[in-house]
Write a protein that binds this ligand. Structure first.
Ligand code: SAM
Length: 470
């Protein structure tokens, strides 16, 4: 059978989609190639969130196509995911060596399309149509024995799409409207993972706090197929959103130790979700809260649906539940019309919120989004300068938070060899901080208490001599 190499750009959702596609291909008999240079099929799973990500994937495909044309003309080339969705046939017009363009609702069709192209039943394929129920198709994982080593952590996709329409963001156009999987379906996938040794599950979606809010063809709570009105009534009666109900159901899975989720929207954090951190012992004390800006004027232009004050109040509530709560964020600098005063507001919000870490992005206009046509674009040199200043503030505050961990005893889940130095092991605290220590491979997948001895660059080091599991 042919071998496949998948290169992934972008977010954890894309990583998860690639994993599911790889697992489907392996189940069909394909093998996974270690590099593009020996693969019979090369797939790029793309990201459209910023122009840079699109350019990287386009350049990569140009280089790959040139090499393949010279030496291995039978190799099949394909684009998948967000850029495939937004550009469709244009990708083949631009790069005629490409055989396959698969949109975000068609990942599960990849193996069939490849089979048909190999067998000569199909020529080039572009499939970027909507497909009802496709949100439930991303459920296969790669397990021991098939391709990758057993992992203590896994990602589970709970929904697809986004209805927020933030003015800067292309996601609603590339991922479509919100569609949620059912609770029983998600729980059964989680149980299966736990049965295979997974200890920590991260629930994934473009906007997980909207889980179950919109009716989709396959959505139902256990034993029911509620309409959005029924869900709203239920929320009023029980005080719990569908997302919190899902968290409760996953929390009940025996053998599972930890739950995380990403990405939420700050305005989706009702009191029920804040309280869930207190009530559900497996829910880790960690929240990624994308704030985007500290200025109310810019938040409004971004269509974020909260104010600076509301955001800071949410941070306060979470820290009331647990003062150690790890809080990270995403921030965009250089949104059209962002003045020096707006930017100062962002700097001061970073100080007030005292984030553990933040991703700082330079605004990238995305074709078809409302912000792309807003007046007052910010000059590139100003964006660069603000980006540098904000990163400095983020690093200063974040590292101070990390420094406070030194000397503490923390629980980590050992994930495996450290990415930087495979002779050491790496784990994460419940607040989502990476800890490196010298241990043995048999500790992989274990929960350990370790003593933090020193700080690296957003990495903690623990002393192996005082591990308490010996
Ligand atoms: N669910 C997230 C939210 O609440 O906004 C969106 C996830 S998005 C894929 C990841 C991050 O990319 C966003 O939080 C935002 O900071 C950044 N981003 C999105 N569109 C962008 C753009 N046009 N330019 C720069 N950064 C962008």
């Amino acid at each position: 059978m042919p071998s496949v190499y998948i290169k992934t750009y972008g977010c954890q959702m894309n990583e998860r989609d690639s994993e599911a596609v790889a697992a489907q291909l392996v189940a069909k008999g394909y093998t996974l190639a270690q590099s593009e240079h020996v693969a019979d099929v090369i797939l790029l799973n793309t990201c459209s969130v910023r122009d840079l990500a699109e350019q990287k994937a386009l350049n990569k495909m140009e280089n790959v196509a040139a090499e393949v044309r010279r030496s291995r003309p039978d190799v099949l080339l394909g684009f998948m995911g967000c850029m495939a969705q937004s550009r469709g046939h244009e990708l083949i017009d631009r790069l005629p060596d490409v055989d396959l363009v698969i949109g975000t609702q068609k990942f599960h069709r990849t193996a069939n399309y490849l089979d048909d192209i190999f067998a000569g039943r199909l020529g080039k394929v572009v499939d970027v149509e909507e497909e009802s129920g496709s949100e439930a198709a991303i459920r296969e994982h790669l397990f021991n024995g098939t391709s990758t080593p057993q992992s203590a952590t896994a990602f589970v996709s709970i929904m697809q799409g986004c209805n927020q329409y933030c003015t800067f963001c292309i996601v609603p156009y590339t991922r479509g409207a919100e569609r949620s999987r059912t609770i029983p379906d998600i729980v059964s996938e989680c149980r299966e993972l736990v049965g295979r040794g997974v200890k920590e599950i991260t629930l994934l979606g473009q906007i997980v706090t909207s889980y179950g809010k919109r009716r989709s063809s396959s959505f139902s709570l256990p034993g029911a197929t509620p309409s959005p009105d029924t869900l709203m009534r239920e929320l009023q009666q029980t005080g719990k959103s569908a997302f919190v109900k899902l968290l409760e159901a996953v929390n009940d899975i025996e053998g599972l130790e930890r739950i995380r989720f990403t990405s939420p929207h700050p305005k989706g954090y009702g009191d029920d979700l804040v309280e869930a951190y207190r009530r559900l012992p497996k829910l880790c004390e960690s929240a990624h809260l994308p704030v985007q800006s500290g200025s109310d004027r810019i938040l409004k232009r971004m269509h974020r649906g909260y104010t600076r004050e509301q955001f800071l109040a949410l941070v306060g509530k979470l820290r009331q539940v647990n003062p150690e709560m790890g809080i990270t964020t995403d921030i965009i600098v250089g949104f059209p019309g962002e003045t020096d005063a707006d930017f100062e507001e962002t700097l001061s919000l970073v100080s007030e919120a005292a984030f553990d870490n933040a991703f700082v992005f330079k605004y990238s206009p995305r074709k078809g989004t409302p912000a792309a046509t807003l007046p007052d674009p910010i000059r590139q040199d100003v964006i660069e300068e603000r980006h540098g200043r904000l990163l400095e503030r983020v690093n200063e505050i974040g590292r101070e938070k990390y420094r406070r961990e030194v000397g503490k005893r923390v629980q980590i889940l050992v994930e495996g060899p450290s990415r930087k130095n495979p002779a050491r092991l790496e784990g994460r605290t419940r607040t989502n901080k990476i800890v490196i220590f010298e241990g043995s491979d048999r500790q992989r997948g274990q929960l350990l208490d370790v003593n933090v001895t020193r700080l690296g660059w957003f990495t903690l080091y623990a002393d192996a001599a005082i591990l308490n599991d010996e």
